[in-house]
Design a protein around this ligand. Structure first.
Ligand SMILES: Cc1ncc(COP(=O)(O)O)c(C=O)c1O
Length: 385
């Protein structure tokens, strides 16, 4: 058996056909900079970048492609929002399943007088939208949540959460790191004011590209964290207040843009529905096998409608680090073990501080690989005391 890659929540692998060629095309045949001149090949580059934004706007049901801002990562996007939008005295609500990409910037902002509270989720990572209202204070400005947990795969009810945010006059910010390209997203129906995304997970593009989708009027309330050249409006001392330039200082990851455009086109051709059905069929097959292993405790909802194709386990009484190491070194099965950059999510699930072993499936995972993984896991558990 060749290596089995079950770490798609960290970054998806392999990428769909065409993505590697698109990255290479930029490096081999394009090689010029965005917005820095107006000739020949630069025009093609500008057009491709616009197409990338348009595909993203379509995917998230946002009316204006210019309001799709591209950044180096979703972590950068969340920092832009959290550090740029809130000030001393503001209060924010977040779910208790958040990634460090949300909690760490908030802890930094706490030193500057911004406060925040967790909306408690249950031990499967589920959030009840009715638990939000009692936590809203007169100074609460925003509700920030992830859409899907990177620790156990639980999907949060963002449409209902967005409705509560709207009713309470809160900005609704959604971290779609685990769900963009995996589940349907609709900024209008889900009441999302700011949608943060990354290219390298469910969008199946290369690492080094992320973004945020935001209205220009809201963006003008944010002082950009990074300032510098934009290729246009060079006479201005400040960053332009038009999008997407407002947040796009410096030469971007253009080969990443090419790769992302290619993966978005593949997702559009294939259809999210089809991708999702296939991944969830694989998940159910794997879940059924995992449920037969008595030593294992499975986390999350274990329910097709409310989980991503992510299966996280604990093996009570055993050192899961050693089990994951054995899976990797003896069986060439790549998983991820530990807290997955989300200590508060692990506290919620009762898996802090040891964390979990996470198997995250992708479109290219094979059933035979999952069967092999189940057999190998049983052997590894028997070996590790
Ligand atoms: C829910 C969630 N948010 C944010 C991130 C940060 O993503 P990146 O490291 O690509 O910026 C991750 C990465 O795993 C994640 O799962």
């Amino acid at each position: 058996m060749q290596k089995v890659y079950l770490d798609n929540s960290s970054t998806s692998f392999p990428k769909p056909p065409g993505v590697v060629d698109a990255v290479t095309e930029y490096l081999k045949d394009v090689g010029c900079n965005l917005n820095r001149s107006g000739f020949g090949v630069t025009c093609v580059l500008n057009k491709r970048t616009r197409e990338t934004r348009t595909l993203l706007a379509e995917l998230f049901n946002h009316p204006d492609f210019k309001e799709v801002v591209l950044t180096p990562s979703i972590t950068t996007s969340l920092n832009y929002v959290i550090k740029g939008l809130f000030k001393r005295g503001d209060h924010i609500l977040i779910s208790s399943m958040e990634h460090n990409a949300v909690t760490r910037p908030l802890f930094q902002m706490r030193k500057k007088g911004v406060s925040f509270d967790f909306i408690p989720c249950d031990s499967a990572g589920r959030l009840d939208p009715d638990d939000i209202r009692p936590l809203v204070k007169p100074n609460t400005k925003a509700l920030i949540t992830l859409h899907g947990s990177n620790v156990c795969g639980t999907i949060l009810p963002i449409r209902a959460m967005g409705a509560v945010a709207q009713e309470c006059g809160l900005l609704f910010v959604v971290d779609t790191a685990q769900t963009a390209g995996v589940l349907p997203l609709d900024m209008v129906a889900d009441h999302i004011d700011i949608l943060c995304f990354t290219a390298h997970k469910g969008l199946l593009g290369p690492p080094g590209v992320g973004g945020l989708v935001i209205s220009e009027s809201l963006a003008r309330r944010i002082e950009p964290l990074i300032a510098g050249g934009t290729g246009v409006f060079s006479e201005m001392d400040e960053m332009p207040d038009t999008l997407p330039m407002h947040f796009e200082a410096g030469t971007p990851n253009l080969m990443g843009y090419y790769g992302l455009r290619s993966s978005l086109r593949w997702i559009k051709r294939t259809g999210i529905e089809r991708i999702h059905t296939h991944e969830m069929d694989l998940y159910e097959h794997f879940l059924a096998g995992m449920q037969q292993i008595p030593a294992v405790r499975i986390l999350g909802t274990q329910d097709r409608a409310t989980t991503l194709p992510v299966l996280a386990i604990d093996v009570p009484g055993r050192d899961i680090g050693k089990i994951a190491y054995r899976l990797d070194s003896f069986y060439k099965i790549i998983t991820r073990c530990g807290l997955h950059c989300a200590p508060y999510a692990n506290r919620t699930l009762g898996t802090y501080p040891q964390g979990t072993i996470r198997f995250s499936l992708g479109y290219y995972t094979k059933k035979s690989e999952l069967d092999y993984t189940l057999r190998s896991l049983e052997e590894a558990i028997a070996h590790v005391k």
